[in-house]
Design a protein. Sequence first.
Length: 117
Amino acid sequence: QVQLVESGGGLVQAGGSLRLSCAASGGTFSSYDMGWYRQAPGKEREFVAAISWSGGSTYYADSVKGRFTISRDNAKNTVYLQMNSLKPEDTAIYYCHAVQGKYFERWGQGTLVTVSS
């Protein structure tokens, strides 16, 4: 059973930085495309960033481009989201997502990021 466990969330002032981690267990991490999504209070879950299984391709939402960086370490079965220049509108629960082909996907339980103004 594949499990994804996020960590690194917390309270930070606007302009600050956080690094989220998502550790995977129970599967073949190096074969999964990984992503980060977020859900703010009262809003739909939205895409933040994604990285291909090899790490060779990355994708970002326009709202975070230039501020956030997604990376992965397949030896550690972990994907990261470095978040810089945080804004109050980045406040949300951040979820890790794994996908492989059409038939496999998993979500983590989420980690809360709160950015104070």
